[in-house]
Design a protein around this ligand. Structure first.
Ligand SMILES: *[C@@H]1O[C@H](CO)[C@@H](O)[C@H](O)[C@H]1NC(C)=O
Ligand SMILES: [Zn+2]
Length: 418
């Protein structure tokens, strides 16, 4: 009897511990809202900025449905506000925790079923990913050089690892690709992982052509602390893990020292999901990526910084000009020709629709993003894809679909810019 009591006690303890371990989204709802007018967009943005209990997944814009999650305590109240305002909305996920649990089960199931050490069609922890990157070096194609190196360290001191495929040959241009600047956007790391693998193992003649012509630089996880945190503590974490007085984290995609830093579409509040940080380039991760981009810029044609979700190809700039109009780059039309080819090839792959254009026009003004910074330092084709998905939780069976449509886009764009 005493022993049973002890076991029961232990069980309760473990449960308490486990519930402290991970943020639970039990009863959280995901809500999609239509905001057709500019007034509706402004209304929803104000709601987003004034209420921390709602977490924006897709920011209010007139071009698409806005999406946010809300905790069970505030759900009814938010519905009342939306109804009062006469906005069309629906609940797209009735229990967010269930989606997160299903994802975790599927990851574990695939992991135990797979014959491979590293299943490319599954999601992986940071440590497993880094181990795989190291092991891939040995598979480097003949007459090419492959290397894993660190571009710097995160706020908590985690290395930010990069993978490169290069060739000794004068005058070669390069492509730079990165992913998971926002911690919860796992499909972006899964997709970039597949691209690296495809190029290194020379998966087809397109891959051969791409490595023959260009050097390739990849940073699969720009925000390793945040990524780790999404695996261990909170699946929906977005920012880095810099501790401030009241809250954690800077939105790294608002922290780059672009000419527009800290202006449109940012918050100066520590607790906001779009906190720009105390100053331009204040964050270790941003300084590391900025330095790497500067180092590569003179011979880099493409900077490709992957996010999710929304089926979009976005290009600079994010901000408004003096007349409060979205600011386009001088070579906007020329860049758009390449992006158009890319989008068409992506759409054709699995019959999907992709929005493309100036980021400020397509979504809403922002500033301090990776792609604006890359454009500022004269990387001509600076592109921000928002990958497929209807959530940050994308079923692993969609990883190969994402890879294929994104890779086809890259192949098509290369034909235009060569
Ligand atoms: C930001 O960029 C500007 C313009 O290139 C430069 O003068 C300034 O020193 C940079 N600031 C930081 C913190 O790197
Ligand atoms: Zn993002």
């Amino acid at each position: 009897m005493e022993f049973l009591k002890f076991v029961a006690c232990l069980f309760v303890l473990i449960q308490v511990y486990a519930s402290e371990e991970r943020k639970s989204y039990a009863g959280y709802k995901v809500i999609q809202v239509l905001t057709p007018t500019e007034d509706d967009v402004i209304y929803l943005r104000q709601l987003m900025n004034s209420r921390l209990e709602i977490n924006f997944w897709k920011e209010p814009s007139a071009s698409d449905m806005s999406t946010f999650s809300v905790d069970p305590e505030n759900y009814e109240n938010i519905l009342k506000l939306l109804t009062k305002r006469n906005l069309f909305f629906y609940v797209s996920d009735d229990d967010l925790q269930l989606s997160i649990d299903n994802e975790r089960e599927e990851i574990e199931r695939l992991k135990s079923a797979s014959q491979y050490e590293f299943d490319l069609n599954n999601y992986h922890s940071l440590d497993d990913l880094y181990t795989w990157m190291d092991s891939l070096v040995a598979k480097c194609p003949k007459s090419f050089a492959c290397q894993v190196y660190s571009i710097g360290h995160s706020h908590l001191g985690t290395p930010i690892k990069a993978f490169k495929i290069t060739k000794e040959s004068p005058g070669r241009k390069s492509w730079y690709l990165d992913a998971t600047t926002h911690a919860r956007e796992w499909i972006s790391t899964a997709t970039i992982t597949n691209i690296i693998n495809h190029l290194v193992t020379v998966g087809d003649k397109d891959a051969q052509n791409l490595i023959d012509k260009y050097d390739w630089y990849f940073v699969p996880v720009v925000n390793p602390d945040g990524y780790r945190y999404t695996w261990e503590k909170d699946r929906m974490w977005r920012k880095n893990r810099h501790q401030f007085k009241t809250c954690y984290g800077v939105d790294l995609n608002r922290n780059f020292n672009s000419t527009n830093w800290g202006t449109d579409g940012v918050s100066n509040l520590e607790c906001s999901e779009t906190y720009r940080g105390p100053s331009a380039g204040s964050e270790a991760e941003v300084r590391a990526v900025s330095a790497e981009l500067r180092r590569l810029a003179p011979r880099t044609l493409v900077a490709y910084t992957m996010h999710s979700y929304g089926n979009m190809y976005l290009i600079p700039f994010g901000n408004l000009d003096k007349n409060k109009k979205c600011l386009r780059s001088k070579d906007h039309d020329e860049v758009m020709k390449a992006v158009e080819a890319m989008a068409v090839a992506t759409e054709a792959t699995h019959s999907t629709k992709w929005t493309r254009g100036n980021a400020c026009e397509v979504i809403y003004p922002t500033s301090g993003s990776t792609d604006d910074f890359a454009k500022d330092i004269s990387i001509k084709y600076s592109i921000c894809p928002e990958l497929r998905g209807r959530s940050f939780v994308v079923p692993s069976r969609e990883i190969p679909l994402s890879f294929k449509e994104i890779f086809n886009g890259i192949v098509a764009m290369e034909k235009i810019i060569k």
